[in-house]
Each structure stands twice: as structure tokens, then as C-alpha cells.
Write a protein that binds this ligand. Sequence first.
Ligand SMILES: NC(=O)c1ccc[n+]([C@@H]2O[C@H](COP(=O)([O-])OP(=O)(O)OC[C@H]3O[C@@H](n4cnc5c(N)ncnc54)[C@H](OP(=O)(O)O)[C@@H]3O)[C@@H](O)[C@H]2O)c1
Length: 258
Amino acid sequence: MDLGLDGKRALVIGASRGLGAAIAATLAAEGAEVLAASRTTERTEAWRDTLTPAVRDRVRPMVVDLADAASVDRAAEEAGAVDVLVGNAGGPRPGPVLEMTRGDWQSAFTMMAANHFALVAALVPGMKAKGWGRVLTIGSSAIEQPVPNLALSNAIRGAVAGWNKTLAGELAPHGVTVNIILPGRIHTERVDALDSANAERQGKTADEVAAASRASIPAGRYGDPQEFADVAAFLVSKRASYVTGSMVRVDGGMIRSI
Ligand SMILES: NC(=O)c1ccc[n+]([C@@H]2O[C@H](COP(=O)([O-])OP(=O)(O)OC[C@H]3O[C@@H](n4cnc5c(N)ncnc54)[C@H](OP(=O)(O)O)[C@@H]3O)[C@@H](O)[C@H]2O)c1
């Protein structure tokens, strides 16, 4: 299936490793010109160097810190007109609701919501002018099934879901789709870090926690970042032109609700 991404310009945030890196590499392999942005560029350069020369030349590392409004504004200007935005950042620190301070709530909301919303607002006019665009936000299974001990993520991603649905309605007449992709447990460094944090909290080893976590997923395993990136690539493609305002699960059946 031709995804129609050849020559499209994409900005992927949180692209130095994990889900963002897998998406950035996949979009470049599909022919897109990819700006791969995160706070640091060394690891982006490292994975870019493993690509074939033609694909590698379509990836440009870029710096942005989603926690910093001025950095986000600079990145929007540097990116210029983009056809595809994949919004993503590091997840917030784990912990229960009552352990979070007012400052924790505010800084997590700034990074995961307010600055992401501002970046999208800066880039959407260019998409509307072309009558084509894709905004895809990496969310979490936590939007549909809150994850214990992830208070910040559970709460703030719910706000992002409301933003997503509202914006999708506003942009549908302009050929711009707006969706969220929901990772269940995709094997990245963050998942390993969360398993270690839970192990410490429960007095178990990280391997025991990971084994129980895998066993709780109907597929019986963690997802591979490439399996996640393939769905993301479809959602930002020409082929997904009638999918908007949706939250698409990539979770091996982990979320139990209908
Ligand atoms: N993996 C999963 O199964 C899973 C499940 C549910 C939700 N999620 C969510 O999906 C997102 C990506 O997950 P992941 O597993 O790929 O995480 P990850 O391995 O920790 O990667 C996070 C990426 O975001 C970048 N980043 C962190 N803080 C940033 C900031 N302030 N500004 C810009 N970039 C920033 C990091 O690069 P630098 O450090 O270089 O900036 C890195 O490239 C996270 O929000 C996570 O909570 C993941």
C-alpha cells in the first residue's frame, strides 16, 4: 500500500529514542522529509547513522524542549510549513495522586499539554493553507484505563483527549486530521524505567514486575516500537484521510474496556 508520504514534511517530537525515534525512521523510510526533534541530538544522530544513505538524508535532527515555551516557539519557526506533526514527549514522573505538588501538576501540564497545544496552533495554519495536514499525538492506554501510580499521566492525558476531539471537529473541513495513538506497553527505555520503579515500590525485582506485566497483556508480550510506528505511519498517511478525532489503541489487547 502506498501511504502517499513521499515528499511530505514531518516534524516528530521526542524522536531521539523510543516511540518517537521509531516513527521518525518509519516516516523517512516512507519517503517523508523528517525533522526529528528532542532536547538532545546525539542519540538521534546515532540511530540516523544506521539507516540506508537515502533514508538517512531525509532525517534532520533538531532541538526542542517541550518544557520550555520559548524553545517550542523557536522550533515552530525553524520547522516552517510541515504537513505532519507527531506530538510526543517524555512521560511525567510516576507516583500517586496525593504525592503530587501543585508545581508537579503545573509543570507536567505545561510540557504535555499547553506547549504541545501551542506548537500545534503554530503549525496548523500552514496545513489549512494547503488543505491537507495530519496532527497525531502519542497518548497512552492510561486515557482509557488509568495506570496505577501514574497520576500525572492519567490526569493530564485526559485533558489532551478533550483537546484532540475538539480540534478534530474544527479542522475536519480543512482536510486536516487530528488523532491520538494509544500505546499499551511498547518496549522502550521508559517501560523498563517504569518496571524498575514499580519493582522498588513493590519490593520485587524488575524482571518479576516485567513478567507479571507481560502476562497481563492478552498478546503475552510487550509491543515492538516498529509495530507501533507502522500504525502511526498509517494514521498520518494519505490513506487515513477519513480517520479523525479518534484514539487508536496499539496495545496487544491490554485495555479491557470495549
Ligand atoms: N512506551 C510505552 O509503552 C508507552 C505507554 C504509554 C505511554 N507512553 C508515552 O509515550 C511517550 C513516548 O514514550 P517512550 O516510551 O518512547 O519514552 P522514552 O523512551 O522515554 O522517550 C521519550 C522521548 O521524548 C524526548 N523528550 C523527553 N522530554 C522531552 C522534552 N521536554 N522535550 C522534547 N523531547 C523530550 C526524549 O529525548 P531527549 O531526552 O533527548 O529529550 C525521548 O526522545 C511518553 O510520553 C510516554 O509516557 C509510552
